[in-house]
Design a protein around this ligand. Structure first.
Ligand code: ATP
Ligand code: MG
Length: 266
């Protein structure tokens, strides 16, 4: 997909991230530009969620540098974080907790509001617009727990949009969703990318769903294996490096089509 990319907004320079007993990401060096739509690919345990948590400033590199908005990730302030929308891999919401779709989306404004200020009319309008963008305005008064999985994902995307983010991090937003809803969500995300000129990092195990939309694919397996336009990085060699023998690159309707069986990075 063609779009004009701006200056780098996220810069990893030899950044290593470790947990107590293991290296999750090893010496990652890459830039992500303003307006870039990136698909982040890799088997289970390959460091994709860690990559997003680094950008959110939730974990810091033990070696190397990670800069977001020209700011070292250790120095990210609330006003920076408020510009990063995040859809976590698993949202832990109690289905019985009485909170409506509207209230979930309104949470997206909390970063901008701070602890004391109450939502103003302008905040409500942003939330309205966000719910409208994901086509959930008519369901705003429904308890979140009563929505379907796909509808909940839409509301969570609205919550991220209500932040008026510059960067949108989506960690497997289409997992557990039926194929038709998946495609609708992908159309929506593509539309949001174009309308708001968002920088999007989209984690998925489904290479086929992201390749037609992304400017760039990043292949991770603790180390960076490849980064580039889908048409150049989608090759049997890179796929085999990451997934071993459990991958097959073929064609469907003249487009590259990848078949991967479940693997673990170890
Ligand atoms: N809080 C933590 N404490 C210790 N180890 C962790 C922690 N979070 C992640 N890890 C380890 O770091 C590695 C990378 O994990 P990460 O969650 O980033 O992988 P992932 O690519 O998102 O995997 P998945 O596709 O399963 O979501 C894994 O080996 C994981 O076990
Ligand atoms: Mg993950």
């Amino acid at each position: 997909m063609n779009s004009i990319l701006g200056k780098p907004i996220v810069r990893f320079s030899g950044a290593t991230f470790v947990y107590a007993d293991r290296v999750a990401l090893d010496k990652i060096t890459l830039d992500i530009s303003e307006g870039e739509f990136v698909g982040l690919i890799g088997p289970n345990g390959s460091g994709k969620t860690t990559f997003l948590k680094g950008i959110l400033g939730l974990i810091h590199p033990s070696e190397g540098i990670l800069q977001i908005f020209d700011c070292a990730c250790e120095q990210l302030r609330c006003h920076h974080r408020a510009r990063i929308g995040y859809l976590p891999q698993k949202e832990r919401t109690d289905p019985d907790y009485p909170i409506t779709a509207w209230e979930v989306a309104l949470m997206g404004r909390y970063g901008a509001l701070g602890l004391i200020r109450r939502p103003a009319q302008a905040d409500r309008e942003i939330v309205l617009e966000s719910l409208k963008a994901v086509d959930m305005l008519d369901r705003r008064d429904i308890p979140f727990g009563n929505l379907s999985g796909g509808q909940q994902q839409r509301v969570l995307i609205a919550r991220a949009l209500a932040q008026r983010p510059k960067i949108l991090l989506l960690d497997e937003p289409t997992s557990g969703i039926d194929a038709a809803t998946q495609h609708r969500l992908m159309d929506l995300i593509q539309q949001l990318h174009q309308t708001y000129r968002l920088t999007i990092l989209f984690v998925t195990h489904d290479i086929n769903i992201i390749s037609p939309l992304a400017n760039t694919l990043i292949f991770l397996k603790t180390r960076l294996y490849a980064k580039g336009p889908p048409e150049s990085v989608l090759c049997q060699e890179t796929l085999s490096l990451i997934y071993g023998k459990d991958v097959l690159l073929t064609q469907r309707e003249k487009m590259p089509y990848v078949i991967v069986s479940d693997t673990h990075a170890g």
